[in-house]
Design a protein around this ligand. Structure first.
Ligand SMILES: [Zn+2]
Length: 262
């Protein structure tokens, strides 16, 4: 293989490792951010429930007080009733007692329904407090994981960056510029192997036969006429090339390849 090509492959391998490390850290950061958001949502929900609980407690106090005042009223009316002389008056007071008893019953029913509501709010509060605890534990684990990885990755990255500097020195400036531009614009791979069929593994289009033959003969720096990626012949890639008649696994890739053959 052309020496320059193998140096570019080396630098791409280093860059891919560096990018993998960054991706891993980024993934943990995203998880930490998501947990933080979930935590804030749960905390807001908890606040809302606590306010609701205060309201319900006030309502319970109110309906209990109402029932008590109707009860006192009923006792007073029953006492007064004993001193009444006429039937008409007696019946009028009796009706008032009945009305007050109905109102007292209504207040007691309200208290029961407020108590039920209070119980369900308390259940929900316990559930959310448990969720919050779980999220907080998870967050603290993730934060430690991040710190640990960051330190480990720092050491690994330094090593890769040194290796990268060495690899960089061996590559011709023009080639390096092309590689860096491709990496920036297209991501990986910036340098792509060509399949045995003559298809670029960057864009899955077929190379013109003459260009493919030139590449096979070796020792040249060549870019894909379609996607501009730097090309090379890789024996391993040629071996793993899917047989067009075999399986449905690589349908998507195959479809892209077949469509450009047509
Ligand atoms: Zn291509």
């Amino acid at each position: 293989m052309n020496e320059q090509i193998s140096f570019i492959i080396d630098i791409q391998n280093i860059d891919m490792e560096l990018s993998k490390l960054d991706e891993l850290l980024k993934k943990i950061i995203i998880e930490i951010e998501e947990s933080g958001l979930a935590l804030r949502t749960k905390e807001a929900e908890l606040e809302r429930l606590k306010e609701e609980l205060l309201e319900v407690n006030k309502k319970i106090g109110g309906s209990e007080l109402d029932a008590k005042s109707f009860e006192e009223k009923i006792i007073k009316m029953k006492d007064a009733q004993k001193l009444i002389k006429t039937n008409k008056e007696y019946n009028a007071v009796q009706k008032s007692i009945k009305d007050s008893e109905a109102l007292k019953k209504k207040s007691e029913d309200e208290t029961i329904s407020h108590m039920e509501k209070k119980e369900s709010i308390n259940d929900e509060i316990s559930r959310i407090q448990k969720d919050i605890e779980e999220i907080e534990n998870g967050l603290s684990d993730k934060n430690s994981e991040y710190k640990k990885n960051e330190q480990e990755f720092d050491a690994i990255k330094k090593d890769f960056i040194n290796k990268r500097e060495d690899a960089k020195k061996k590559i011709k400036k023009d080639y390096l510029d092309i590689y860096e531009t491709l990496k920036r614009n297209k991501g990986f791979p910036a340098i792509a192997p060509v399949m045995k069929s003559g298809a670029c593994t960057g864009c899955y289009r077929m190379l013109p036969p003459q260009q493919f033959n030139e590449l096979i003969s070796g020792n040249i720096f060549m870019q894909c006429p379609i996607c501009s990626r730097i090309l090379y012949i890789d024996a391993a890639a040629a071996r793993v090339e899917p047989d067009p008649d075999e399986g449905k696994k690589n349908n998507k890739k195959k479809a892209a390849r077949v469509s450009c053959i047509k």
